[in-house]
Design a protein around this ligand. Structure first.
Ligand code: HEM
Length: 337
């Protein structure tokens, strides 16, 4: 009995220590929510908490409590280092490739004009309006967008900090507002041309012949050849990706949290660089690369022989359609027997 009584104070001290220490050990870190001593430690929570600078605030914007998050550092290194390098390399490589093609192959010449001077309508006024709206908007967006990557590094040393600040201020406004014109134009082009860009058998033969770019041949093509169809779908995919991510960034945190915002920026910038590369090729072919192409988007009409040479299947269809309604139209004199 004496022996047990001697142990009692020691047991009491142990019990008090257990009460004091165990809850402290089990409690999660109030800043990070991670509990390193819990039975099943969530490794991801711990890694995410690593290096986070976070505190408690009383203003309504709870996001301000996190000064730095680990993903933010990955995002910053992608945005500040990887992406500008990638963009520079891709754009310069495309420009060098086009210049080499032009120097080696020269322009694709236009065929002799139709002896009767006949032309066919290639693009309606609405199609041209949609195209030039998108094209003008895209050029503005590309220049003002590239300013985010290269302005501080390349332009500021040339024009000085003050001029660069003023230019960037207006470039940012232009980027945010002209984006809506781009989206409208993109929608018009998708509605107008989606049907004519569905792949078919003619495209396989066109692709097998390499579009005739190397041997100067003119493989049969529909209204749009396989190369144009590939470009169209590239524009649709990258254009929609840029538009959706762009709208999400125009309304920050309306639908996304900080990680979502960073993801939207990854998508926006990467798709924009890829679209710029595609469009550089398109602008080259539409102006310098192919004689007679620009006229199609300028006046809407092309010489019949040009249409027969570059889009033979389509040209024959248009001619057949032109003949058919005239023959069937009431009141049209039937051809003499
Ligand atoms: C800014 C300079 C641009 C020029 C000089 C230009 C020129 C042209 C020309 C000449 C055509 C007619 C080709 C034909 O008859 O087959 C065309 C068609 C087309 N353009 Fe452009 N374009 C430009 C920018 C853009 C932009 C920024 C986009 C889209 C983002 C675009 C999308 C298209 C599409 C989808 C077609 C129809 C299919 C095709 O030809 O590939 N263009 N363009």
């Amino acid at each position: 009995m004496r022996c047990v009584c001697r142990l009692l104070p020691a047991l009491a001290v142990l019990a008090m220590l257990a009460v004091a220490l165990v809850p402290a050990a089990r409690a999660a870190d109030p800043m990070t929510g991670a509990n390193p001593t819990a039975q099943s430690v969530n490794e991801r929570d711990l890694l995410n908490a690593l290096g986070k600078l976070q505190g408690r605030i009383t203003i309504p914007d709870g996001k301000a409590a996190t000064l730095e998050q680990p993903q933010g550092r990955e995002y910053r290194s992608f945005h500040e280092r990887v992406l500008p390098w990638l963009a520079g390399i891709i754009i310069l490589a495309v420009l060098a490739g086009l210049a080499a093609f032009y120097l080696i192959k020269g322009r694709i010449p236009a065929p002799p004009r139709d002896p009767g001077g006949r032309t066919v309508l290639r693009f309606s006024a609405v199609e041209r309006l949609g195209h030039w709206l998108t094209a003008t908007a895209f050029v503005v967006l590309a220049i003002t967008g590239l300013n985010y990557f290269f302005g501080k590094r390349l332009l500021m040393p040339l024009i000085g900090a003050d001029a660069f600040a003023t230019w960037s201020h207006w470039a940012k406004y232009a980027h945010n507002f002209v984006a809506w014109a781009f989206m409208l134009g993109l929608l018009v082009m998708i509605v107008a041309w989606v049907r004519d860009n569905i792949p078919d058998r003619v495209d396989i033969a066109w692709l097998r012949a390499g579009g005739g770019f190397l041997d100067g041949s003119h493989p049969p093509a529909e209204r749009f050849n396989a190369g144009q169809k590939l470009m169209f779908w590239g524009i649709v995919i990258f254009g929609l990706a840029i538009s959706v991510s762009g709208v999400l960034m125009l309304f920050p945190f309306a639908l996304l949290d900080i990680n979502g915002m960073q993801f939207a920026q990854y998508v926006h910038a990467t798709a924009a660089v890829l679209l710029i590369a595609v469009i550089l090729g398109h602008i080259y072919i539409g102006t310098l690369g192919m004689e007679g192409a620009f006229q199609a988007m300028e006046s809407g009409s092309v010489d019949l022989n040009w249409a027969r040479t570059h889009h033979s299947v389509w040209a024959e269809k248009v001619l057949a359609e032109e003949r058919a309604p005239r023959a069937g139209r009431p009141g049209t004199p039937a051809p003499a027997e």
